[in-house]
Design a protein around this ligand. Sequence first.
Ligand code: NI
Length: 167
Amino acid sequence: MAILQIRTYPDEVLKKRACEIENIDGAIARLAKDMLETMYEAPGIGLAAPQVGESIRLIVFDVSHKEEKPEPHILVNPVITATEGEEVMEEGCLSVPGIYAKVKRPAKVEVKGYDLDGNEVVMQAEGLLARVILHEVDHLDGYVFLDRLSRVRRQMALKKYLKSVKS
Ligand code: NI
């Protein structure tokens, strides 16, 4: 396994729509495991393949507490199939280090995708788990959480971020 380099905003790979994965082969399995290792090391609770420079539809996440047993999830070609409600939660992103902002998103979500064996997986989630799934699927569509803010709040957050990157 290997720790991968995390791309940071405004890297172009973060703004592109990622491609569907056609074959879940050994290379995809290796990448997923490296992504999990990279995420734990960062540390973070979710990571999407574009964040490590691979423009393909693959996400990993684990919202278990540090004291608990790890609960790693890997989803290939995830699709949000239902959402419900609304919730405001503070988010950050390994690709936008140092910036946190309250983001409004659906409170509950159903996501379909595939595991590394090619089996279909359906997950219903709420709370932090729903939040991380929506955040990571956004990465596959070329969005970072800043894109979910109002124009004014987005500009303020971007200004702060770009200033922190320069210094
Ligand atoms: Ni992120």
